[in-house]
Write a protein that binds this ligand. Structure first.
Ligand SMILES: NC(=O)c1ccc[n+]([C@@H]2O[C@H](COP(=O)([O-])OP(=O)(O)OC[C@H]3O[C@@H](n4cnc5c(N)ncnc54)[C@H](O)[C@@H]3O)[C@@H](O)[C@H]2O)c1
Length: 718
């Protein structure tokens, strides 16, 4: 047995020690299930064994399912077989005729906690890191090996729904209060307490396996608090506008499970699980937010054969909003930071941002004061370029102005070591253009952070034509030190994220011109899962910024991918109406002092509401506009991989995770449908939706953009 060790004691108690031979954590996969089936059969047949303790040799108990396996592509039948087998594994433990106790020595999540729930008793170590929970909803799934059924019985509908729909991790004391673990004890006492409970001669037959057991909510809808909790949860799911099918499947599985005989309930749960696992949403979420993300973080795009480097001293030029954030995350990663601005008070103000962030972490118990002080002490605010001596890498974050950026580049290079990498945090200016000011264009690169830097995990790396592979490797090593997720794109106007993101706001503005009520526009964007509506976004950005970008693009290459009607709306807001932004006192919204922002009623006069609109088509326009522009980026070589496209979309500008990202969205819709629907939208709304020959060609060959038939780890689908 490779993943489970069995120790037999003279008192008849067998201890199973989970110890995944292939990885850092215990996970549920075929190999583990096979081991567990064999060991359970052995225990059941062995009359000398009187009780079983399950614990782990790792620092955690068990993390859950092997996500690589789950993303591998399942048919509905394969998914059903997988779920039923895992369910049977737990049932075999539960009905072995011996009492089982889970001695949870660390975190137990997902499949790990389902295994614990299948034991007759659970003892959890009293350690803040030893959280328990069923987070499957976060990957578009439900716990499919008894989790929804047992949790429903243990806690009742309301708590089960709360835990399953939030997917939250529960700390030991709360787990005890909720009754999902039976004891919380110190690490030293864990096994003794498990053993002591077995010593009390517990009944190995669960109540639901006894004759005459009535499911707790057999009366179903007639139990008022049960049906009320269910209906309120359904309404809440609708209100939040979830697009993934998992929440509704979870609700149905718990609700129906509480009304059925136990094994029937498990089989219903398996069916819901199979539907989710064989559908595209779970696959998309897992692929982007786990598999591609981890690959990017482990250096998927890092040029090989270049020694791994480490930044010890970084210069951040410009201590404004972005520079302050970049200094903060660099110092927190243990890097010495020179934070330079035009004058010392401004640089000091930038440093104060780190003090504020660290103070919050100390307050929340995430950091102690000495650590916070050490982080702050790493930042040296200055206006003196001489201090840049010895910096391995620079991130320039001064105003978005080519001349100012050129001046800071020249001044910095005069002092920096010959080998230093120069990264610009520009969001729109082509890297090739900025590199003209550099004496060392091979060492010049775009390192584009997102705001707020300390909370946004993505960094878009932009390669100029002359950027060397070594510079790319060193930039990626730096991003790795900051524990952020990189994507790598090639130079062009707006690169990838800024270029595609603007299509959302221009589409929203065009809708206003079409006569769609502003509230409907905002709600349509939120209904697909965008975090903020386009009009609210425009108010935050100020209409000047997208206008400047689009006007330049139109002047240079007559951009046909931006709706002219949307551009006209932005111009009108700025030039005629005089409401360019929130900062300027108001834009599409008004911001009453002390009150909540609300859409500005004057919009109705300037943009009269038309006769009709189709909300589904509005949603489609938002999704298609962004997906189409991403496809163009891939076709033009701005993007090199669909993985970079999806990571940038989801983690850069908040494209809804349920889609997996803009390219996964096209593949999920189906490339032929995407092209046909785009043609329809183009006819109705303009050439920005027209598919290119490249897309049409793929559609004619029914060739998805992600490599066909390959699992996400490169293996053939199971
Ligand atoms: N704001 C965002 O969300 C965001 C996101 C990604 C990238 N960016 C890019 O990051 C850069 C900075 O943006 P920001 O939002 O932090 O701007 P900001 O206006 O908040 O900060 C810019 C800072 O640069 C300083 N500065 C200006 N000229 C200087 C000079 N000659 N020498 C030294 N310091 C100088 C200013 O004093 C100011 O503190 C821009 O290129 C912007 O496009 C911004």
């Amino acid at each position: 047995m490779r993943h489970i060790k069995i120790e037999r004691a003279t008192d008849g108690i067998a201890t199973l020690i989970l110890d995944n031979a292939d990885g850092r954590m215990n996970v549920v996969n075929d190999a583990f299930i096979a081991d567990m089936e064999a060991v359970t059969a052995e225990i059941t047949a062995d009359g000398s064994i009187t009780g079983v303790i399950v614990t782990s040799a790792k620092s955690t108990f068990m993390a859950g399912a092997d996500l690589k396996k789950l993303a591998g592509g399942f048919t509905p039948h394969e998914a059903l077989v997988f779920s039923q087998r895992a369910s049977r594994m737990h049932r075999a433990m539960e009905t072995s005729g011996k009492p089982w106790v889970a001695a949870l020595n660390g975190l137990a999540l997902g499949g790990g906690f389902e295994l614990a729930l299948a034991c007759h008793y659970r003892v959890l170590v009293d350690d803040p890191k030893a959280v328990v929970g069923l987070p499957e909803v976060n990957v578009g799934l439900l716990p499919g090996s008894g989790g929804t059924v047992r949790l429903g019985i243990f806690t009742g509908m309301k708590t089960a729904i709360d835990l399953l729909l939030s997917g939250r991790s529960v700390a030991p004391q709360e787990a005890l209060a909720l009754g999902i673990v039976d004891e919380v004890v110190s690490a030293a006492n864990l096994i003794d307490r498990a053993r002591a409970w077995l010593g009390t001669n517990p009944d190995p037959v669960r109540e639901w396996d006894k004759k005459g057991w009535v499911p707790p909510h057999k009366k179903g809808m007639t139990v008022p608090e049960n049906s009320a909790a269910y209906m309120m949860a359904v309404a809440e799911v609708a209100r939040k506008g979830y697009n993934a099918p998992a929440p509704l499947a979870i609700l149905a599985s718990v609700f129906e499970g509480l009304q059925l005989p136990f094994d029937k309930a498990l089989s219903v749960e398996s069916k819901y699980f199979a539907k989710l696992l064989s559908g595209p949403v779970a696959r998309n979420i897992i692929r982007t937010s786990f598999i591609s993300k981890q690959a990017a973080e482990k250096g998927a795009r890092r040029p090989a054969n270049i020694p791994v480097s480490q930044v010890r001293k970084v210069a951040v030029l410009g201590a404004g909003m972005m520079g302050a954030g970049i200094a903060c995350v660099s110092a927190a990663a243990g890097i010495a930071v020179v934070l330079l601005d035009r004058d010392v008070p401004t640089a000091e103000k930038g440093k104060a941002y780190t003090a504020k962030v660290q103070a919050k972490l100390v307050q929340g118990g995430k950091l102690d004061q000495a650590q916070a002080d050490a982080i702050l002490a790493r930042i040296t605010p200055t206006d003196d370029y001489a201090l840049l001596e010895g910096c391995d890498l620079v991130v320039e974050a001064v105003f978005e102005d080519t001349a100012i950026k050129a001046e800071t580049t020249r001044k910095a290079e005069a002092v920096l070591p010959e080998t230093a990498v120069f990264g610009s945090n520009t969001s729109t200016l082509p890297i090739g253009q900025l590199a003209q000011a550099s004496q060392r264009p091979a060492q010049f690169i775009g390192i584009h952070f997102f705001s707020p830097v300390d909370r946004m995990g993505l960094v878009e790396v932009i390669l100029g034509k002359q950027t060397s592979p070594e510079t790319l490797a060193r930039a990626l090593d730096f991003i790795g030190q900051l524990r952020k997720t990189p994507i790598v794109v090639n130079d062009s106007r707006g690169f990838y994220t800024s270029r595609v993101f603007q299509t959302l706001i221009h589409e929203g503005a065009a809708m206003l011109n079409d006569g769609v009520p502003p509230a409907v526009i905002e709600n349509a964007a939120k209904a697909i899962g965008m975090p903020v509506g386009p009009l609210a976004l425009l108010d935050e950005l100020t209409v000047d910024l997208p206008l400047k970008i689009v006007e330049q693009a139109i002047a240079e290459d007559g951009d046909k991918h931006i709706p002219p009607a949307g551009v006209a709306v932005l111009r009108k807001m700025r030039d005629e109406i005089g409401r360019p932004s929130r900062k300027a006192g108001g834009g599409f919204y008004e911001y009453p002092e002390g009150g909540k922002k609300r859409l500005w009623p004057g919009l109705a006069k300037h943009f009269p509401v038309g006769l009709g609109y189709d909300v589904e088509e509005l949603k489609q326009r938002f999704l298609y506009a962004q997906a189409m522009e991403t496809a163009r980026c891939l076709e033009e070589g701005v993007l090199e991989t669909p993985e970079d496209a999806d990571l940038g979309a989801v983690f850069g500008w908040g494209f809804p995770l349920w889609t997996g990202g803009t390219i996964s969205y096209i593949d999920t819709v189906g490339i032929e449908t995407f092209v046909a629907e785009s043609d329809r939208l183009a006819q109705k709304h303009g050439p920005r939706f027209l598919p290119s020959a490249w897309l049409r060609d793929k559609a004619s060959r029914r060739e998805p953009i992600y490599p066909a038939e390959a699992g996400v780890d490169g293996t053939k689908a199971a």
